[in-house]
Design a protein. Structure first.
Length: 283
């Protein structure tokens, strides 16, 4: 399996770690720390040194209750960072739902559009479809960031998430976007209860049946704090959730703590290799 993006064909034979770069004053766990382009680029460089395979740059917080950011402000935050990050030798993803931002960052050399609204904004599908190779991550979100946790979804989340992602994928495929450009994200924490979030993890295999690569975004989520009692930055529970997601078939994990997650996945991979070797010897 691979993920086709603008400049890179990402090999997903092994799990890939996507490092989070929030160029915002109000992200839920690291808001304000990367408020300048210089600080954000330094963060990108550090994450690459820590082993990040992909960088995910965002200029608008999606934490519950956050008001939207004006287009001009988001562009001012994101474009200088994308321009410099594109020189670091790894795929660059941009976390945005605005088609104008998508167009601008793709023209600058970004590789992936990571959209919490799954390209539902008018014009967003057009921007991805017009590009010959860019990757896209479609995420499920119930409601809007301003209200989603006040009125979370009801019932069994797994079939609802699957049906939504299939429908958004159908729209893209009908516009000529190749299947290997598309990745899915169940949207942990986006309008879901704690129980629904963990059901999506426990039954993650059900989201893999269609053959699309799955991205898991558990890092520092409040559901982890609810079950573990661990305060922010929730390092231990975030790494545990990333490993569980990988074990259940996620090909990309989106994390704040890259170095620790990369190390944990290396331990998991060595264990898998030993297990595979043992199975080969028995045959």
């Amino acid at each position: 399996m691979h993920w086709q993006t603008s400049r890179f064909q990402i090999d997903l034979a092994q799990p890939r770690v996507m490092g989070i770069v929030n160029v915002t004053p109000d992200s839920f766990s690291d808001g304000g720390s990367l408020g300048s382009s210089k600080a954000a680029l330094e963060r990108c460089e550090q994450l690459v040194r820590d082993g990040a395979h992909i960088l995910d740059i965002g200029g608008e917080s999606s934490r519950p209750g956050t008001p939207p950011v004006a287009l001009e402000e988001e562009l001012a935050r994101v474009l200088p960072v994308v321009k410099d990050a594109a020189r670091l030798g790894v795929p660059v993803s941009v976390d945005t739902y605005k088609p104008e931002v998508m167009r601008a960052v793709l023209d600058l050399g970004a590789d992936i559009v990571n959209d919490i609204r799954a390209l539902r904004q008018p014009g967003a599908v057009d921007e991805v479809a017009r590009h010959p190779h860019c990757g896209v991550c479609l995420m499920h979100m119930h409601g809007e960031p301003q209200t989603m946790q006040r009125a979370p979804m009801e019932g069994d989340a797994v079939p609802q998430v699957l049906a939504f992602l299939r429908e958004r994928t159908r729209v893209l495929r009908e516009r000529g976007v190749a299947a290997d450009r598309i990745c899915w994200d169940a949207g942990i924490g986006f309008g879901k209860t704690v129980e629904q979030n963990f059901a999506l993890l426990a039954r993650q295999q059900e989201l893999l049946a269609d053959g699309y690569a799955l991205l898991a975004g558990w890092s520092r989520k409040s559901s982890l704090g609810t079950v573990s009692g661990e305060p922010l930055p929730r390092l231990a529970s975030s790494v545990a959730a990333a490993l569980l997601a990988v074990e259940r078939g996620a090909r990309i994990v989106r994390v704040h703590d890259v170095r620790e997650t990369v190390a944990a996945i290396k331990v998991w991979a060595a264990t898998q290799s030993a297990l595979d070797g043992h199975a080969g010897n028995k045959t």
